[in-house]
Design a protein around this ligand. Sequence first.
Ligand SMILES: NC(=O)c1ccc[n+]([C@@H]2O[C@H](COP(=O)([O-])OP(=O)(O)OC[C@H]3O[C@@H](n4cnc5c(N)ncnc54)[C@H](OP(=O)(O)O)[C@@H]3O)[C@@H](O)[C@H]2O)c1
Length: 211
Amino acid sequence: MTVNVLVLGAGGRIARWAVDMLGREDVELTLLTREQTRLPDVPPGARVVEGGVRDPEVLGQALQGQDVVYANLAGDLDEQARAIVAAMGAASVRRLVFVTALGIYDEVPGAFGRWNTQTIGTGTLRTYRAAADTITTSGLDYTILRPAWLSDKDEIDYEVTTRGEPFRGTTVSRKSVAALAVDIIKDPSRWVGADVGVNKPGTEGDRPVFD
Ligand SMILES: NC(=O)c1ccc[n+]([C@@H]2O[C@H](COP(=O)([O-])OP(=O)(O)OC[C@H]3O[C@@H](n4cnc5c(N)ncnc54)[C@H](OP(=O)(O)O)[C@@H]3O)[C@@H](O)[C@H]2O)c1
């Protein structure tokens, strides 16, 4: 069955890998970006919508007929999450895959955890946590991804930790996060209600380990 997928923040660096992979799958792609020139290659048949997720008209139109929303956003994630949840409810679209970051649940242990909180900053972590809270209490069929520090390596190598477990490792490639998102999008019945940390095995350390 063809899955209709809306990618929010399609020009983002994780999303670019995902869009490239999705272009080879049995999916109908809609790509939302604030600036079309920032999109790299648009797969044949993909629809591009220009605009921000906090514009209810743009988002509402882009959501029509979608099965899955994959959100790869940054910045005022709390307000963006509220806008997405409201628009998905109005459009009766239920499945959401949403990228946040490690540390939002104070789940990163030890010296690396302390460094992570200080470096990302409590303000940003609170904003990202608020976004996750909006989504987990929304009643939508969500999956939240909490990646480790990101690299642009052309590799897929990751493991996950569930919510409530201490975060493992310090880094992961954007391509790995994209691969996990694509796996979920291809079979949206999996990972419903999951909220997972994503890291490369063997990258434990007091600081990000980009081996
Ligand atoms: N850097 C790290 O090590 C790290 C680690 C863990 C998690 N994260 C988080 O993982 C997420 C994804 O990472 P990434 O590297 O793919 O990020 P990225 O390249 O910065 O992409 C984020 C995208 O969000 C879009 N965006 C922001 N506000 C928007 C709005 N109101 N409406 C529509 N689009 C909007 C941007 O669109 P435009 O192109 O239009 O600006 C951009 O394409 C980010 O939230 C990041 O903070 C980062």
